[in-house]
Design a protein around this ligand. Structure first.
Ligand code: GRF
Length: 208
């Protein structure tokens, strides 16, 4: 059986990266995390990669002439690792259409809301400000829009109101750390495919 090769893009703490290292990563096994790229040299997630013996690299925007050039360098690095899937896990930067086209259908993101509600930045804060009673987590494919690609998995959670932001973040992270590895495992197993009847959606075979 061939290995499904995953790269993870981060900008910060990397708790979702850690969840994937703990739950999915097995060198030469069915799923291997072959590389971790960060937009910031000080990202704690880089140390998690190092501790797991996974190759890492830093692609700060400031080191490149513009975003297009940075994304080209990042794409070349990912191609050199022969990645099957690119996972955005707290990657806090926009990717250019050129990069998204280059890895079309092979990029997923984890977002802390029930999309299409609260796309973009500060999703948790905005949900709290709106007084929502139910929120959740979405894993979706990345297209050229902001958090608009086809949804792979979602999980809702009830919120007490009012709830402290730190408490919501804790609970959201708990869901993310289950949902993202599950989504990657389904994609690796070929259990996620385009819906022929709806170009915006995918069909997920989540059965046993
Ligand atoms: C997560 O909450 C994710 O939903 C958002 O960024 C956060 C990253 O957290 N896109 P971590 O770096 O994985 O701890």
């Amino acid at each position: 059986m061939s290995t499904f090769r995953v790269a993870v893009l981060i900008s910060g703490t990397g708790t979702n990266l850690q969840a994937m290292l703990d739950q999915l990563h097995s060198p030469g096994g069915p799923i291997e995390i072959v590389g971790v790229a960060s937009s910031r040299p000080e990202a704690l997630g880089l140390r998690r990669a190092e501790a797991a013996g996974v190759e890492s690299a830093v692609f700060p925007l400031a080191a490149h002439a513009d975003r297009g050039e940075r994304d080209a360098a990042l794409g070349d690095w990912l191609d050199s690792l022969e990645v099957d899937l690119v996972v955005l896990a707290g990657f806090m930067e926009l990717l250019t259409p050129g990069f998204i086209g280059r890895f079309a259908g092979r990029i997923v993101n984890v977002h802390p809301s029930l999309l299409p509600a609260f796309p973009g930045l500060r999703a948790i804060e905005r949900a709290a400000e709106a007084g929502v009673k139910v929120m959740g987590v979405t894993v979706h494919f990345v297209d050229e829009g902001v958090d608009t690609g086809a949804i792979v998995l979602q999980e809702a959670l009830d919120l007490p109101y009012p709830a402290r932001i730190a408490e919501i973040e804790d609970r959201v992270h708990g869901v993310e750390h289950r949902l993202l590895p599950r989504a990657v495992r389904l994609i690796a197993a070929g259990r996620v495919r385009p819906d022929p009847d709806n170009p915006r959606a995918v069909l997920v075979d989540d059965g046993d």
